[in-house]
Design a protein around this ligand. Structure first.
Ligand code: PLP
Length: 273
């Protein structure tokens, strides 16, 4: 069986729930060979981030050059980038090494409220990385921030915002509705259980809606990292993004369902990979 090399370009979360640690666990669980280029260290627990130590942009570039001169990379997940300079270095590496299957999770603010991308870097993300993304995976606040508008409130609004983000250059956009109030415009909202709904827009077809049971747990630290990594791990194996997204969402739901079996910290705990 062919083996696939999956690279995470992201920040470290010592608690192991998000960032590069979550990415590597996800890659392994889904049959990929995981690698990582670190952009920042965070001092972090399940209760929040107390500090961020950026890797100098030049050294992010050196990690990429050294690795990519040697190793074939089949997919890339990009997470926390911290600064505009790091955004620029990553964009340039994508071009120079012709990287494909680029999944861009536009990490801006942690669920704890801590900023993971400098305000001044949002414009660089918009102009330098969006156009190089094969799939952009914003949540509702990130999409609103990238568009400079309010958050979408229902599925039609999500599809419309995802289209606008695609018009900014990303090949495909998966807008994640986890922050949507349950029932908002969700087709099967008549049912008792709450649904988590994501919308995928591509050039090829009508918006596709992915819906899963919303898992009742407070242990949701790293859900965004996990979903984008799962798509990156699965895309080379499955051959197309819609299949990879659908299976990634199934994986995420299972990881959330098992999260309460872990005993990690006193805050918002991690998922079980
Ligand atoms: N820390 C790092 C290094 C991350 O990359 C991220 C998210 O992408 C987070 C923390 C935040 O994770 P969450 O918002 O799921 O708590």
């Amino acid at each position: 069986m062919r083996s696939y090399n999956i690279l995470s370009v992201a920040g470290s979360d010592p608690s192991g729930g998000a960032g590069v640690q979550a990415d590597l666990k996800t890659f392994s669980a889904l049959g990929g060979y995981g690698m990582s280029v670190l952009t920042a260290l965070t001092a972090q627990s399940t209760t929040g981030v107390t500090g961020v130590h950026e890797v100098p942009a030049r050294f992010v570039g050196e990690q990429l050059d050294t690795l990519l001169s040697d190793v074939r990379v089949d997919a890339v997940k990009i997470g926390m980038l911290a600064s505009a300079e790091i955004v620029g270095v990553v964009a340039s590496a994508i071009d120079r090494y012709g990287l494909g299957n680029v999944v861009l999770d536009p990490v801006m603010v942690a669920k704890s409220g801590d900023r993971l991308l400098a305000d001044s870097a949002t414009e660089a993300l918009r102009t330098e990385l969006l156009p190089r993304a094969d799939l952009l995976t914003p949540n509702l606040p990130e999409a609103a921030d990238l568009l400079g508008s309010g958050e979408a409130r229902d599925i039609d609004g999500m599809a419309e915002q995802a289209e606008r983000l695609r018009a900014m250059g990303a090949s495909r956009v998966l807008l994640k509705g986890g922050h949507l109030a349950s029932g908002d415009g969700v087709a099967d909202s008549g049912q008792a259980e709450a649904r988590s709904v994501d919308v995928l827009v591509t050039a090829a077809s009508e918006p596709e809606v992915f819906s899963a049971r919303r898992v009742a747990t407070r242990n949701t630290h790293g859900t965004g990292c996990t979903l984008s990594s799962a798509v990156a791990a699965l895309r080379p194996q499955r051959g197309d993004f819609p299949t990879a997204v659908s299976e990634a969402k199934t994986y995420l739901t299972a990881a959330l369902e098992q999260a309460d079996t872990l005993e990690v910290g006193n805050g918002r705990g991690p998922l079980h990979h």
